[in-house]
Ligand binder design. Structure first.
Ligand code: MRU
Length: 361
């Protein structure tokens, strides 16, 4: 993995994941290393399958749509490591996808992206190896471009929900850093801003890995959005003071009934929002829906290293021996979600029928 430190201007517009064809001999996945933000802006080049898997597992690249795009490019990186005369293309792609699929379990965008690459590889079976690899790279480029367009669509679909003078609370990072560009929850805010609305954003810090403090605040400030950082335990107070008028987050997987998995703490915010009569929205692309799952109880939840809770940015904050609970995501029941903002429109109210109807449009 190669590091390149960039100036802030080099990151605009913000694109956290792309393909760098200039890396010899066959190109490489390029990402902004999100573990180093906001202190340092470092680009990484991942030229081996192992380095792509490492980047996903360690959250150097993170957020459901961005993980899907990185994995699609990861398939090409994996193929580049194999001798052209080896096993059949389909078999090789299946093996590479199997390894990528084991990186993080919750965001369904990863599995949708890998399935798309597997299907394309099956269509290319029998073609010249180099031609087939180039076609798979084109497929990954297409996925990335579609994701960027989808995020724009989410912004357009949801921007009417943000009115002048509102206080909007968001959790974790569902912005440009979490997708190809623009983001999901933050796409709605960017689109509202482009439409001339003036509002204030409150960003939860999002313990244990601080995606809200490190990433959302960094990205919103770069975009010139009025942003205030709060600790995760401050949301109820702001709501009681009537300073929050709407909550909006992203999602990692949404079941057929609308139950939605997102960063741990999202469910608590939805409960608080309901208790204060505040609308609670989730913004997500169609690729985040998993209609194979009837409800949220079947969504696989990633549990991460207890050391993430026991420490704060590498410093111990609890006895080494203490047990820690560290699920990366929780599931918000559909009944607590006012609406689901997708690129195809807002699903409101959230019902299995409404979801099926909207997604089939
Ligand atoms: O563990 P992370 O940082 O990958 O978690 C990210 C989130 O929970 C986001 O809210 C979600 O992926 C939506 S991103 C558009």
């Amino acid at each position: 993995m190669k590091n390149v430190t960039t100036s802030p201007a080099a990151n605009l517009p913000l694109r956290p994941v792309w393909w760098d064809a200039a890396v010899q001999p066959h190109g490489a996945l390029a990402i902004i290393d999100q573990t180093r933000l906001p202190a340092e802006q470092v680009q990484l080049r991942c030229g081996t399958l192992e380095s792509v898997i490492h980047a996903i597992k360690t959250l150097q690249v993170r957020g459901a749509p961005a993980i899907g795009v990185a994995a699609a490019y990861g398939v090409v990186v994996g193929l580049n490591e194999l001798p052209p005369s080896g096993e059949s293309l389909s078999q090789s792609v299946r093996q590479i996808c199997g390894r990528l699929a084991a990186s993080r379990p919750t965001a369904v965008n990863l599995f949708h992206a890998l399935e798309r690459m597997r299907k394309r590889a099956d269509q290319l079976q029998g073609r010249n190896w180099l031609e087939a690899r180039d076609a798979l790279l084109e497929e990954a480029h297409a996925l990335r471009a579609e994701d960027a367009a989808t995020c724009r669509g989410i912004g357009q679909a949801g921007r009417h929900l943000i009115q002048n003078g509102m206080g909007v609370l968001t959790h974790c990072n569902a912005g440009a850093l979490a997708a190809s560009e623009y983001g999901t929850a933050l796409a709605v805010l960017y689109a509202a801003r482009e439409a001339g609305r003036a509002f204030k954003v409150y960003a939860d810090e999002t313990r244990p890995l601080l995606q809200g403090a490190r990433l959302t605040c960094w990205e919103l400030l770069q975009a010139g959005v009025d942003t205030t950082l709060i600790c995760d335990n401050m949301a109820a107070t702001l709501m009681a003071q009537q300073r929050i008028h709407l909550v909006i987050t992203g999602a990692d997987r949404i079941a057929a009934n609308g139950d939605a998995a997102n960063k741990i703490g999202t469910y608590g915010l939805a409960v608080l929002a309901a208790a204060h009569g505040i609308p609670f929205y989730i913004a997500a692309p169609s690729s985040t829906f998993d209609l194979n799952l009837k409800d949220g109880t079947a969504i696989p939840i990633e549990h991460r290293d207890p050391a993430e809770v026991r420490t704060f940015r590498g410093q111990p904050i609890a006895p080494d021996a203490v047990a820690c609970f560290n699920p990366a995501f929780d599931v918000t029941p559909a009944r607590l979600i006012t609406g689901l903002i997708t690129e195809k429109g807002v699903i409101y109210p959230v019902t299995p029928q409404g979801i099926r109807r909207q997604l089939s449009r």
